[in-house]
Design a protein around this ligand. Structure first.
Ligand SMILES: Cc1ncc(COP(=O)(O)O)c(C=O)c1O
Length: 397
């Protein structure tokens, strides 16, 4: 794209391919180069080419940031070293004494940052059931500064009504931050629903190839974008040039990947929903999901993540996972390859057991990140793993 200022005139698929390109005026490279440099020479005192030190800004990172801001419809973006670095950075906006409201069913690392790290540094948190906006309203205190929204939530795919919560927050002068990792800007646009910030673990769908870790904060207003960029510089939470380049390359194919992820998740959810060894399937695309209507209203797609409760508790869950042949047994999500993990002992082990139980996470729960392989092969793999669980149950009897 010749003129990045025109990015918001284009549709998402065009933004994914065309923003952050054509930055190289030396050789006219179409892909942005990896500017592997810590520092930039000044031409004379006070005169440089817009960059001085890579913690502050780097051309490869700036290209990614331009693309991320355009994709989420924000005034600016900051690319960070990890998703947790993005969260740490945005939370540094709030002074000691601030109270923050967050959901009970959120990513375990976010819970740990809030409950174990930031709670010891002058912030207080309330973890509430955010499926009902009235519960959020009731949790508001005079010193509440922000509401943290993760939707769909990890790992139980519960939804939060972004527009309703942002409305409440605006009326009370609070800021809203939405973790949009699970859907990516292809399937959800929180800023257009009233949020002030979007955070991402770019490790997931945005990069999409499970070959780096990264994060981002996208701000609705130029003032907030400047404040977040200043914090990235002060805290040193920035993304490296190489990782920024990998995310930017991943974003080029994001729209086509998201369609394939969703196709596979839907096929698996439908298969699991009809299986006798499965107690419950959590996927917002299923009509049976209690917030399916909200999903249709605020999401542009249902995404590639699902989880389910297997009958037989943790032993059955482990037997199932070990019998899988295509799915890798691994944390993380959003890559081209399908993964399964056990939230109770893995991604959410950093929550206390009572916090996990109150969020509804038990030993029976298995989280699936569907890749972009053949849906038939994935369903067949899950079917054979469930048969293995059934036959080991029969043997025990
Ligand atoms: C929803 C969500 N937010 C944030 C993060 C943290 O991202 P990272 O692992 O890149 O630090 C994760 C990681 O799994 C996540 O699932």
């Amino acid at each position: 794209m010749k003129n990045p200022a025109k990015a918001n005139q284009y549709r998402t698929e065009t933004i994914c391919v065309q923003t952050g390109t054509r930055k190289d005026t030396t050789f006219n490279a179409v892909a942005v180069p990896i500017y592997a440099t810590s520092t930039f020479a000044f031409e004379s005192p006070g005169k440089n080419k817009g960059f001085d030190y890579s913690r502050t800004a780097n051309p490869t990172r700036s290209a990614l940031e331009e693309c991320l801001a355009a994709l989420e419809g924000g005034a600016g973006a900051s690319a960070t070293a990890t998703g947790m670095a993005a969260e740490t950075t945005v939370m540094a906006l709030f002074p000691a004494g601030s109270h923050i409201i967050a959901g009970r069913d959120i990513y375990g690392g976010t819970y740990r940052l809030f409950a174990s790290v930031l709670s010891n540094r002058g912030l207080t948190f309330s973890f509430v059931d955010m499926s009902d906006p009235r519960t959020v309203q009731q949790a508001i205190r005079p010193n509440t500064r922000a509401i943290w929204i993760e939707t769909p939530s990890n790992p139980l795919l519960g939804l939060v009504d972004i527009a309703a919560i942002c409305d409440i927050a605006r009326k009370h002068g609070q800021l809203t931050i939405v973790d949009n990792t699970f859907l990516s800007p292809i399937f959800q646009k929180p800023l257009s629903l009233g949020a002030d910030f979007v955070v991402h673990s770019t490790t997931k769908y945005l990069n999409g190839h499970s070959d780096m870790v990264g994060g981002a904060v996208i701000s609705r207003t130029p003032q907030h974008a400047t404040a977040v960029a200043a914090l990235v510089n002060a805290l040193g939470t920035c993304s490296s040039p190489f990782d920024s380049w990998l995310v930017l390359r991943g974003i080029r194919t994001l729209p086509v990947r998201m369609v394939a992820h969703e196709r596979n998740a839907r096929a698996l959810a439908e298969f699991l929903a009809g299986h006798k060894l499965v107690e419950h399937v959590y996927y917002p695309g299923l009509r049976a999901h209690p917030q399916h209507r909200l999903a249709r209203k605020q999401m542009l797609g249902f995404g590639g993540m699902l989880s389910f409760d297997i009958r037989g508790g943790k032993p059955a869950a482990f037997r199932f996972i070990q019998a899988l042949e295509i799915f890798a047994f691994a944390e993380s999500l959003g890559g081209v390859e399908s993964l399964v993990e056990h939230p109770d002992t893995m991604s959410h082990a950093s929550m206390t057991k009572p916090a996990r139980r109150s969020a509804g996470i038990t030993g029976s729960n298995i989280r699936v990140s569907t890749g972009i392989e053949s849906a038939d092969d994935l369903v067949a793999d899950v079917a054979q793993a469930l048969r293995a669980v059934a036959s080991s149950k029969r043997r025990k009897r």
